[in-house]
Design a protein around this ligand. Structure first.
Ligand code: NAD
Length: 341
C-alpha cells in the first residue's frame, strides 16, 4: 500500500516536498494545508492537490471568495494521513506537534525547529537507520544538510580530525521581501562559533567542527568555504573521486564555466529543473585542494530552497518503514527527482 502523506505548511519547502511526493510510486499526497488563499494555493488547486484550511473558522470565507474549494480542516487532513510533513514557519512546528501527539500521527519537522522537538535529527546518507520507526524526526536545515552530506562522505573515506566552515548565507529567499540585508555584510551570529557546528553534531556527533556565518545581500544560494584536517592524506583527485560517488554532491568541472551562484541557478534553469532547483551540494572541482598534511579546502554552493527535499522523501520511507535500506531509498529518490543529471 502507498504511504499517505499530508503537507502541513505549504511555503518554500512545503510546496517542493508536495511535488516530490507526487513523483514517488510508493507515496500519495493526501493534501496540503494553507492558512489563506494566495497564488501558491491557486497553483496547488491547478495541480489537483486537495487544499485543507489551517484555521477553517477564519479561512473558509476567504477561500470561498477566491473560488477555491477546501476539503476540510488540517486536522481532518492529518487524520487521513499515515505521516505528516510539517513545513510551517520556524517555531510553529513545535506548536503543531501537540496536534500530532493528540491524533497519534508521525511527523517530520524542518530545520527551523530545535533538535529537541523531534529528538532525532536526520540526514539520509549519515543516519537513515536512526529514523526507522520513529514518531518524530527533524530534517536538518539547508546549511546543515549541505555540511552533513560533505562531512559524512569525507569522514567515511579519510577520517576527519577537525572542520572549520564559513557559511556565506543568502539574506532571504527570492520571494521574501522582509529579510535582508540589502546593503551590508552581517556577521550572524557575532558570538562565535555559530550554531551550525552543534547542529551538524545532532546528526554526526563525533565530528569536531567550528562554524561561522555571515548574511549577504543575495537570495539565490548559500556558499560554504570548508576547511578540514583529515587523518589520511589523499590527493585532490582521490577526494574528487570519493565525492563523485554521491549523487547528492555535484562536482563542477572548470569547462562548465560556472563562476558563481548565479551561474549555478542558471544551470538549473537550463537543465529544466522545476523552479530551477539544484538539490545537490554544488562543489567547484577546481576549489578542491589538499596539502601534504591532509588539510583540505573547498567551496560548495547550497540551494537553500531545495537541498532538503530529497532528505524529506527518504525520511518518510525510513519513519514509515516502507524501505529499511537507506541506500535503496536514496537511489529511488535520486532517480525520481533527477539528481546528478
Ligand atoms: P515559508 O514561510 O515559505 O512557508 C511556511 C508556510 O506555512 C506558509 O505558507 C505559512 O502560511 C504556513 N503556515 C503558517 N502557520 C501555519 C500553521 N500553524 N500550520 C500550517 N502552516 C502554517 O517557510 P519555509 O521557508 O518553507 O520554512 C519552513 C521550515 O523549513 C522552517 O522550519 C525553516 O526553517 C525550514 N527551512 C527553510 C529553508 C529555506 O531556505 N527557506 C531551508 C531549509 C529549511
Amino acid at each position: 500500500d502507498k504511504i499517505k502523506v499530508a503537507l502541513n505548511g505549504y511555503g518554500t519547502i512545503g510546496k517542493r516536498v508536495a511535488d516530490a511526493v507526487m513523483r514517488q510510486d510508493d507515496m500519495t499526497l493526501v493534501g496540503i494545508a494553507k492558512t489563506k488563499p494566495d497564488y501558491e494555493a491557486y497553483v496547488a488547486a491547478k495541480k489537483g492537490y486537495a487544499i485543507y484550511a489551517v484555521d477553517p473558522a477564519k479561512a473558509e470565507s476567504k477561500f470561498k471568495a477566491a473560488g477555491l474549494s477546501i476539503a476540510g480542516s488540517n486536522e481532518e487532513m492529518i487524520k487521513k494521513a499515515d505521516i505528516i510533513v510539517d513545513c510551517a514557519p520556524e517555531g510553529i512546528g513545535e506548536e503543531n506537534k501537540k496536534l500530532y501527539e493528540k491524533l497519534n500521527k508521525p511527523a517530520i519537522f524542518q530545520g527551523g525547529e530545535e533538535h529537541e522537538v523531534a529528538g532525532t535529527s536526520f540526514n539520509a546518507a549519515a543516519n537513515y537507520d536512526q529514523a526507522i520507526g520513529k514518531q518524530f524526526v527533524r530534517v536538518v536545515s539547508c546549511n546543515t544538510t549541505g555540511l552533513c552530506r560533505l562531512l559524512y562522505a569525507l569522514d567515511k573515506a579519510y577520517g576527519i580530525k577537525k572542520v572549520r566552515a564559513t557559511m556565506m548565507r543568502r539574506g532571504g529567499d527570492p520571494n521574501d521581501i522582509k529579510r535582508g540585508p540589502i546593503n551590508a555584510i552581517v556577521p550572524d551570529p557575532i558570538h562565535l562559533p555559530s550554531h551550525h557546528g552543534p547542529d551538524v553534531n545532532t546528526v554526526l556527533p563525533h565530528i569536531k567542527i567550528d562554524t561561522v556565518a555571515v548574511k549577504l545581500p543575495t537570495t539565490l544560494m548559500h556558499m560554504h568555504y570548508v576547511n578540514m584536517n583529515l587523518n589520511k592524506t589523499p590527493s585532490r583527485e582521490d577526494v574528487i573521486a570519493t565525492l563523485k560517488q554521491y549523487p547528492r554532491i555535484w562536482l563542477i568541472p572548470p569547462w562548465l564555466n560556472i563562476k558563481s551562484t548565479a551561474d549555478v541557478i542558471e544551470f538549473g534553469r537550463e537543465l529544466g529543473r522545476p523552479r530551477n532547483d539544484m538539490m545537490e551540494n554544488v562543489i567547484w572541482e577546481e576549489s578542491v585542494s589538499v596539502d601534504k598534511e591532509g588539510e583540505l579546502n573547498l567551496f560548495q554552493a547550497i540551494h537553500q530552497e531545495s537541498d532538503v527535499i530529497p532528505e524529506n522523501i527518504d525520511c518518510i520511507r525510513a519513519m514509515t518503514g516502507i524501505e529499511k535500506d537507506g541506500a535503496k531509498s536514496m537511489e529511488k529518490t535520486n532517480k525520481t527527482l533527477g539528481l546528478g543529471s
